[in-house]
Design a protein around this ligand. Structure first.
Ligand SMILES: Nc1ncnc2c1ncn2[C@@H]1O[C@H](COP(=O)(O)OP(=O)(O)O)[C@@H](O)[C@H]1O
Ligand SMILES: Nc1ccn([C@@H]2O[C@H](COP(=O)(O)O)[C@@H](O)[C@H]2O)c(=O)n1
Length: 208
C-alpha cells in the first residue's frame, strides 16, 4: 500500500507523516520523501544556486523516484539518495531501504505529476494557509537549511509562491482526504489513515 501525503511547503507533511509512524509503529512502514530526489546543482556557481526554481516538477529526478517505488513494491531494496539543502546537492552517501508493506510518501509535487499520482492507494492533502506556511518556512530555512531571511523571502516570491499556485494548489483536487494544517488535539483525518493502515496490516497478517 502506498500513501501519498501532499501539501504546500511547510504545511506540516513531515509532522503528519511522523505522527502516523508514531501511532502505527515503524516495523511495517517506510517513509520516503520526494525531497530526497532533488537533482543536484553541480553545474551552477554557488551564487546562482539559490535563484534556481526548486518548486517545478522537473527539479526532481522523478524517473528514479518512480523506479524506487516500483522496486519496493516488488520486494526489492533501494539505495535512497541523501539530499543536502544547505548546498543544493546530493551527498555521496545513500541510505539502504528494505521493502515493507506500507510506504508513506510526502512531497509538494507528488499529486501534480500524473505518473506518480497514479501509484498512490490513498492521497492525503495537508491544507495550510499561505501566511502560516511562509512563517514556518522562514523559521525552518534559517535554522535548518542555512538560509538568510532575504533569500527565503526572495525565493518565496520568485518561485515558491507562483509554483504553488500553478502546480501544488490545483493538485488538491486529486486528494481523497484534505486535512487542516492547524494544530489540533484530535485529528479525524489522522485517525482515518491510521485505522486504514492497521486494517490493511491485520488483513495481511491473516493471509499469512
Ligand atoms: N500543525 C502545526 N503547528 C505548528 N507548527 C507546525 C505544524 N505543522 C508543522 N509545523 C512546523 O512547521 C515547520 C514545517 O513543518 P513540516 O512538517 O516540516 O512541513 P513540510 O514537511 O510540509 O514542509 C516545522 O518547523 C514544524 O515544526
Ligand atoms: N535546494 C533546495 C531544494 C528545495 N528547496 C525547497 O524545498 C521545498 C520543499 O520542501 P518542504 O519540506 O518545504 O515541503 C520547496 O518549496 C523548495 O523551494 C530549497 O529551498 N532548496
Amino acid at each position: 500500500m502506498i500513501i501519498g501525503i501532499c501539501g504546500g511547503s511547510a504545511s506540516g507533511k513531515t509532522i503528519f507523516t511522523k505522527k502516523i509512524i508514531e501511532l502505527v509503529g515503524s516495523d511495517a512502514l517506510i517513509y520516503l520523501e520526494h525531497d530526497a530526489y532533488y537533482k543536484g546543482l553541480t553545474e551552477l556557481p554557488p551564487e546562482l544556486q539559490e535563484t534556481k526554481n526548486f518548486d517545478h516538477p522537473d527539479s526532481l529526478d522523478n524517473a528514479l523516484f518512480i523506479q524506487h517505488l516500483h522496486q519496493l513494491q516488488t520486494n526489492q531494496p533501494i539505495e535512497r539518495p541523501v539530499y543536502d539543502f544547505t548546498i543544493h546537492r546530493r551527498t555521496t552517501e545513500t541510505i539502504r531501504i528494505l521493502p515493507k508493506p506500507v510506504i508513506l510518501v510526502d512531497g509538494i509535487l507528488i499529486f501534480a505529476i500524473e505518473a506518480l499520482r497514479d501509484l498512490f492507494d490513498i492521497k492525503v492533502f495537508i491544507d495550510a494557509d499561505a501566511d502560516i506556511r511562509l512563517a514556518r518556512r522562514l523559521q525552518r530555512d534559517l535554522f535548518e537549511r542555512g538560509r538568510t531571511p532575504e533569500s527565503v523571502l526572495d525565493q518565496y516570491l520568485k518561485t515558491v509562491r507562483p509554483m504553488h499556485r500553478e502546480f501544488v494548489e490545483p493538485s488538491k483536487r486529486y486528494a481523497d482526504i484534505i486535512i487542516h494544517g492547524k494544530i489540533k488535539k484530535h485529528n479525524t483525518g489522522l485517525d482515518l489513515i491510521v485505522t486504514k493502515i492497521k486494517a490493511y496490516l491485520a488483513e495481511l497478517a491473516q493471509q499469512q
